[in-house]
Design a protein around this ligand. Structure first.
Ligand code: DAH
Length: 340
């Protein structure tokens, strides 16, 4: 019987070697160790042995049982490891492959243009003043000499947030804020920022765009200062040969009001599609700060005077770089943005 036991052990161990998966292990377990397997009847047959042989056989049988159980566990572990190894090989990542390079990026054309404008005005002594995008009706219209129902409000299509609040339609409300902060000091600032208008989007108009308002307040400031400041700006921004002309215009917050044009940079005044064959391009609305506006800012109009102007940012950039559609600025097409 001991022989039988030894035989069984050998056979079982050999069979275990050929087991390749869980199913095979379950079958092996049933065949040798399970209730209806080969080992239990052998264990039970101890009863048939003479008494003195029983302890030795019992011990041997238990050893075989333990041995087989341990072998099964070891085999299961070996198969698990093999499985992991296979998965690792199948899903292997080559960590030595070069990554996809992330470009360093660069400033947006609007940011670059704004910075050029800041630099030019900084040299003329203007500092940058920031004012909020969400404005009150009072700042955006009333204090700029446009009481409720004033027809000039129709010049600005407006995004209203409430009856009182709106997205500023121009940077001009910053004039009131800056005057109220600096009064009674003289002022020389530019007020850059985004403006919003409830408008049809076309190649020439966006419903969000930038302006750079300018404001100078002091003693004895005249229209000559305004025209020379804008002429200097045009020559530094667009080129030293630029000519500037002024036309009478109307804005509620300036008196007199002007429109500043420069000769067309594409045709040098000869007339082309861009200047609509006039030879001139409009660069900014401007004027002498209206006495009512000065007073609203805290300055006595009998003692103080000032000029203001309000060019855009995208349109100057379009002229300078020959861009024919304003929508390109904010449609995030890298093919466009990478060119600047
Ligand atoms: N705020 C005007 C606009 O958005 C532009 C403007 C015109 C600004 C004349 C000024 C100015 O400061 O004096 O249409």
């Amino acid at each position: 019987m001991l022989d039988q036991l030894g035989q069984l052990e050998k056979e079982a161990l050999a069979a275990l070697e050929t087991v390749e998966d869980t199913e095979g292990m379950n079958a092996w377990n049933r065949r040798y160790l399970g209730k209806k397997g080969a080992l239990p009847p052998l264990l039970r047959s101890v009863r048939e042995l003479p008494k003195e042989e029983r302890p030795a056989f019992g011990q041997a049988a238990n050893e075989v049982k333990t041995h087989l159980e341990t072998a099964l566990e070891a085999r299961a572990e070996a198969l698990r490891q093999q499985e992991i190894q296979r998965d690792l090989e199948r899903e292997a990542l080559d960590v030595t492959l070069p990554g996809r390079p992330i470009g360093p990026g660069h400033l947006h054309i609007t940011t670059k243009t704004l910075r050029q404008i800041y630099a030019i005005f900084a040299e003329m002594g203007f500092q940058v003043y920031e004012s909020p995008d969400v404005e009150t009706d009072e700042m955006n219209f009333e204090l700029l000499n446009m009481p409720p129902h004033h027809p000039a409000r129709d010049m600005w299509d407006t995004f209203w947030i409430s009856d009182e609040l709106l997205l500023r339609t121009h940077t001009s409300p910053g004039q009131i804020r800056v005057m109220r902060e600096y009064c009674p000091e003289p002022i020389r600032v530019i007020l850059p920022g985004k403006c919003y208008r409830y408008e049809q989007i076309t190649a020439r108009s966006e419903h969000q765009f930038y302006q750079v308002e300018g404001l100078a307040v002091g003693h004895g400031i005249t229209m000559a200062d305004l025209v020379s400041t804008l002429t200097e700006f045009a020559r530094r921004f667009y080129g030293p040969e630029r000519q500037v002309r002024i036309r009478g215009s109307y804005f509620p917050f300036t008196e007199p009001s002007i429109e500043v044009d420069m000769d067309c940079i594409l045709c040098a005044g000869q007339g082309c599609r861009v200047c609509r064959y006039s030879g001139w391009l409009e660069i900014a609305g401007a004027g002498m700060v209206h006495p009512v506006v000065l007073a609203n800012g805290g300055y006595d109009p009998d003692e103080w005077s000032g000029f203001a102007f309000g060019p855009g940012v995208e349109r100057p950039a379009m002229l300078k770089y020959g861009i024919d559609d304003i929508r390109l600025f904010y449609s995030n097409d890298l093919r466009f943005l990478r060119q600047f």
